[in-house]
Design a protein around this ligand. Structure first.
Ligand SMILES: NC(=O)c1ccc[n+]([C@@H]2O[C@H](COP(=O)([O-])OP(=O)(O)OC[C@H]3O[C@@H](n4cnc5c(N)ncnc54)[C@H](O)[C@@H]3O)[C@@H](O)[C@H]2O)c1
Length: 434
């Protein structure tokens, strides 16, 4: 199949290269010329495990190419995916400017019947709106299918290659059939391709993210209660996670969820409720999360008796989660901003997100080549991302580097008893003080 992927970000690039990998002819198009140039050189503009090899091989074998020319990409494709950003507007809803601009451009370039697929996360009714926009501008027939994406940054290629399900929402049976065939190589393990109406498809993506966000805020609220009552959230998490009705996923306490999806998607869902539906549960999920992002900063401030001026804090981890360089809405931003506002010096290390951090903070913070370098001479370490390389540090070495052996663990990576044995003052989430 000839495919045009409009938007070469995390979703567009992964989707485009996975479709190329299964033998399709794919053009990834983006308005960001620097990004397209980089991709033509075989470089991926962000960190995503396995993506670079996939892009290089499929480019070399002629199935994948990159372009800034939307009209050309549309003309040679039978199926066009829209995978542009849908960021949050200030009122909380999804900003559909990019999606609608692309729909208009597609209409202007059409040279025959096309299938347009909305891959971006969009509010209910967007597929219908995209169809109206296109039909108002062209005589050529168009079918619009909603195909929400459930991949996770960090495991995006694997998630796309082996999805739990594929969702296709639309009314045109022929285009649903064609897209089902496109996805066939990815669902050979009997995972379902669910055909539904476009409104339900659109809602399913928001509902999935809202449940995940709710689980995280729930466990974080429970962690605060554990701290108050002298219980250990890690014990509680294990016990409740063994209940098959609950399951072990997404109930890890921490410093709140971030990233480009969960925060904006729950707010978009609240905005969908409008004046008719208050959506009290999701408002609470968002509020709990915002509070949680400030929790570690409260602990640091309290430990240093309210004054952080002239303190040097070593930050381990900047990305919103491990295995990505994405810092969008990362809890680390709230923590670092708070530390800087309080006059502290911040030294940071992240295995992948250093250049993202430099874009944001420039020389307002210092950077180190590894986690021990930033700890050298610091007053404490703050662990903000659950990178594997932070899981088993050399504690005796760390102790000799720090001015005082103090560690604030925003991801509960360590055992309080072990930390005590190593002589650390150890703070974590929902387990009291170690
Ligand atoms: N990142 C994720 O983990 C994830 C997962 C599932 C769904 N989504 C959804 O997928 C969508 C894309 O997310 P992303 O993380 O890939 O975003 P991104 O910001 O990484 O990429 C979006 C790309 O679209 C390009 N773009 C903007 N306007 C354009 C235009 N008019 N023509 C061509 N290109 C244009 C941008 O330059 C950018 O490269 C969003 O709706 C998001 O909510 C994201």
């Amino acid at each position: 199949m000839n495919i045009a992927m409009i938007g070469a970000g995390y979703v567009g690039l992964v989707t485009g290269s996975c479709f190329a990998e299964t033998g399709n002819d794919v053009v990834c198009m983006d308005i960001d010329e620097a990004k397209i140039e980089q991709l033509r050189q075989g470089q991926v503009p962000f960190y995503e495990l396995g993506l670079e090899g996939l892009i290089q091989r499929n480019t070399r074998e002629g199935r994948l190419s990159f372009s800034t020319d939307l009209a050309e990409a549309v003309r040679r494709a039978e199926t066009i995916f829209i995978a542009v950003g849908t960021p949050q507007v200030s009122a909380g809803g999804a900003d559909l400017t990019q999606v609608f601009a692309v729909a208009e451009s597609i209409a202007g370039a059409m040279n025959g019947a096309k299938i347009v697929v909305t891959k971006s996360t969009v509010p209910v009714g967007t597929a219908a709106r995209v169809r109206e926009i296109i039909e108002a501008r062209t005589e050529h027939p168009v079918a619009v299918v909603s195909n929400p994406e459930f991949l996770r940054e960090g495991t995006a290629v694997e998630d796309f290659m082996k999805p739990d399900r594929v969702v296709l929402g639309g009314e045109d049976a022929a285009s649903l059939e064609l897209l089902s065939r496109l996805y066939e190589p990815f669902v050979r393990t009997e995972k379902p391709v669910i055909r539904t109406d476009s409104r339900s498809a659109e809602m399913s993506k928001y509902a999935a993210n809202a449940i995940l966000a709710t689980k995280i805020s729930f466990i974080n609220e429970t962690a605060r209660l554990c701290e108050k009552e002298g219980a250990d959230i890690e014990q509680v998490r294990r016990i409740v996670g063994l209940d098959h009705r609950i399951g072990p996923h997404f109930i890890y306490p921490g410093i709140g969820f971030g990233g480009s999806c969960l925060p904006k998607d729950i707010r978009a869902m609240i905005a969908m409720g409008g004046e008719e539906l208050e959506m009290p549960l999701l408002r609470a999920v968002d509020r709990v999360n915002e509070t949680q992002k400030g929790l570690l900063l409260e602990k640091v401030t309290e430990h240093f008796d309210g004054t952080l001026a002239d303190r040097t804090l070593a930050v381990w981890g900047l990305a919103f989660k491990a295995r990505t360089d994405d810092m969008r809405e990362a809890p680390s931003i709230r923590v670092i901003d708070g530390l800087l506002d309080a006059g502290a010096c911040v030294r940071a290390f992240d295995p992948e997100a250093m250049s993202e951090a430099r874009k944001r903070y420039g020389d307002r913070i210092a950077y180190g080549d590894n986690n021990y370098k930033v700890a050298d001479g610091a007053d404490a370490v703050l662990v903000l991302t659950e990178w594997n390389e932070f899981r088993s540090p050399d504690f005796p070495r760390l102790k000799t580097l720090l001015r005082q052996p103090v560690l604030f663990d925003g991801r509960n990576l360590y055992d309080p008893a072990v930390m005590r044995r190593h002589g650390f003052t150890y703070y974590s989430i929902g387990r009291g003080r170690g």
